[in-house]
Ligand binder design. Structure first.
Ligand code: 13P
Ligand code: SF4
Length: 335
């Protein structure tokens, strides 16, 4: 191993990514594509990544679509351009493959709000409950879970569980409250939330709607109830994209992470797309700071050195795999 690489690896646990300078005179996109081919790697990207990363990816999708792609790929290396829980789920599904995340500090406030230990404690209070967890959680939480869901399949999966069955829903209280309303259930909710969707301001969005009477608000169910009450359509990232593409309406206020607007513009070029306002008046944006940690430079380095790699201890992986497989089995009808 050369000295630079050795030094870089030493700094990895602190910085979360390879601390090596990328040569200035290279074309990053060309180099990434070359390395990808040489190493039989595949780049999976979520809609909240930057536009340039979305354009570079082999597969762009929501959490469910990316988990499926990760399971079925024939590539030797999966470069996951998303956040840690997504790359970890890819590794859980595909232990024989190398899964790399350009920046391991690409975390998630929602996933951080819950631990396996905390969930175990809550389960003791409700011994008859089963646990349904949003995929935005770590392997320790998944290991304590009966069925994993994403925002694309949560309603279908919850409706497939007998009405009298008590359910603990973790970790997103906003998605959980939305699902309780949609399914007429009274699931016990873990008290977690997404910092990006919680930042939306109901008052400022109401003003946006008043100023744009021809616009519809569409929102991700990770948003708080008052924001969702203003929305004409609520759905996962892929469902929001489909809605904008197919609706006759020309103007939308977008209540989710603004990275999605890149793909929305491609699919519906004639439509006007306005990011929903957050309570931070100094900024009109709703960026996920974690998602945006990934950059072209970090993708190049992670492909070149095949680092930082995601590892999941085998016992934990086997436990965490069961509820993910259950989800895939129960959501075959969902695109
Ligand atoms: P989906 O793309 O599955 O809707 O998830 C959104 C999200 O919060 C990812 O972090
Ligand atoms: Fe987590 Fe929210 Fe960022 Fe998604 S948008 S990764 S839920 S913090």
């Amino acid at each position: 191993m050369n000295n630079t690489l050795e030094k870089a690896i030493k700094t990895l646990p602190i910085k979360g990514y390879l601390d090596i300078e990328v040569p200035k005179d290279i074309n990053l996109i060309d180099e990434i594509n070359k390395l990808k081919k040489e190493k039989n790697a595949v780049i999976l990207a979520h809609y909240y990544q930057t536009g340039e990363i979305q354009d570079l990816s082999d597969y762009l999708g929501d959490s469910l679509q990316l988990a499926r792609k990760a399971k079925e790929t024939s590539a030797d290396i999966i470069v996951f351009c998303g956040v840690h829980f997504m790359a970890e789920a890819a590794k859980i599904l595909n232990p024989e493959k190398k899964v790399v995340l350009p920046d391991t500090l690409a975390g998630c406030s929602l996933a951080d709000s819950c631990t396996g230990e905390g969930l175990r404690e809550l389960k003791k209070k409700y011994p008859n409950a089963i646990v349904v967890s949003y995929i935005n959680c770590d392997a320790g939480v998944k290991a304590e879970t009966d069925i994993v869901v994403t925002s694309s399949n949560a309603e279908t999966i919850i409706n497939s569980i007998p009405k009298e069955q008590e359910i603990i829903f973790a970790p997103d209280k906003n998605l959980g409250a939305y699902l309780n309303k949609k399914t007429g259930r009274n699931m016990i909710l873990w008290d977690g939330a997404c910092m990006v969707h919680e930042a939306f301001s109901m008052e400022r969005i109401a003003k946006q709607l008043a100023d744009n009477p021809d616009a519809e608000l569409i929102a991700h169910p990770e948003s708080e109830t008052p924001v969702l009450e203003l929305a004409k359509f609520i759905g996962s990232t892929s469902q929001l994209l489909k809605y904008v593409q197919e609706s006759p309406v020309q103007k939308f206020i977008i209540g989710t992470e603004e990275g999605i607007i890149h793909e929305m513009k491609k699919r519906a070029p004639s439509k006007e797309l306005i990011p929903a306002l957050t309570s931070d008046e100094s900024c009109a944006c709703s960026e996920c700071f974690y998602m945006k940690r990934n950059t072209l430079e970090k993708i190049y380095l992670c492909l070149k050195y095949e680092l930082p790699e995601i590892h999941v201890e085998e016992n934990l992986r086997v436990q965490a795999l069961k509820p993910i497989e259950k989800m895939l089995e129960l959501s075959q009808s969902i695109k």
